[in-house]
Design a binder for this molecule. Structure first.
Ligand code: AR6
Length: 172
């Protein structure tokens, strides 16, 4: 299966699309969202504003696609993960939807390589192990149906990297 694990900065990855852990406003923020807009330049925000004027932002669990501006990737897929509250507000399903809708958008646009950050595990406080299990399950099931797509999990922090490494390879 075409799943790769990387440790580093997603803005540097040369793939068809990198995924942004955005918020519903699509107007940028901190974390990976801030890094993507900073490195990609104002064209990304311009596209986001167009989408806002058409559909008023992006709901939690949904995804939209824009240019990647100056980034080495061709496109940015912006998705919105859930804020972790107590686990009883549909957070797991919403996170699954965020991964799945990003992959569906990649496929609709005939993209063959996609890089994901660890959506919701920063500012949105989703428990990291649970988030990694959801991400890997969603991607694995999707790639079974669409084996021509390659997915890169790009972990910025060591904790997430080690969690993914253990789940993907069973080694520690
Ligand atoms: N490359 C890859 N991963 C990164 C990078 C990077 N350059 N920078 C941070 N991460 P977060 P969220 C990791 O907080 O929890 C924003 O303000 C980080 O270590 O970026 O979904 C948005 O506008 C963590 O593992 O996103 C929203 O308001 C992961 O990216 C809100 O944060 C996600 O952390 C979304 O919160």
């Amino acid at each position: 299966m075409n799943i790769n694990l990387l440790n580093g900065d997603i803005t540097k990855i040369e793939v068809d699309a990198i995924v942004n852990a955005a918020n519903t406003s699509l107007l940028g923020g901190g974390g990976v969202d801030g890094a993507i807009h900073k490195a990609g330049g104002p064209e990304i925000l311009e596209d986001c504003r167009k989408i806002r004027s058409q559909q008023g932002g992006c709901k939690v669990g949904e995804a939209v696609i824009t240019t990647a501006g100056k980034l080495p990737a061709r496109f940015v897929i912006h998705t919105v993960g859930p804020v972790w509250q107590d686990g009883r507000q549909g957070e797991e399903e919403l996170l699954y939807n965020a991964y799945q809708n990003s992959l569906l958008l990649a496929r609709e646009n005939n993209l063959t390589s996609v890089a994901f950050p660890n959506i919701s595990t920063g500012i949105y406080r989703f428990p990291k192990v649970k988030a990694a299990e959801i991400a890997i399950k969603c991607v694995t099931l999707f790639l079974r149906e669409h084996p021509s797509i390659a997915v890169h999990f790009v972990c910025y922090d060591t904790e997430n990297y080690e969690i993914y490494e253990e789940l993907l390879t069973g080694k520690k």
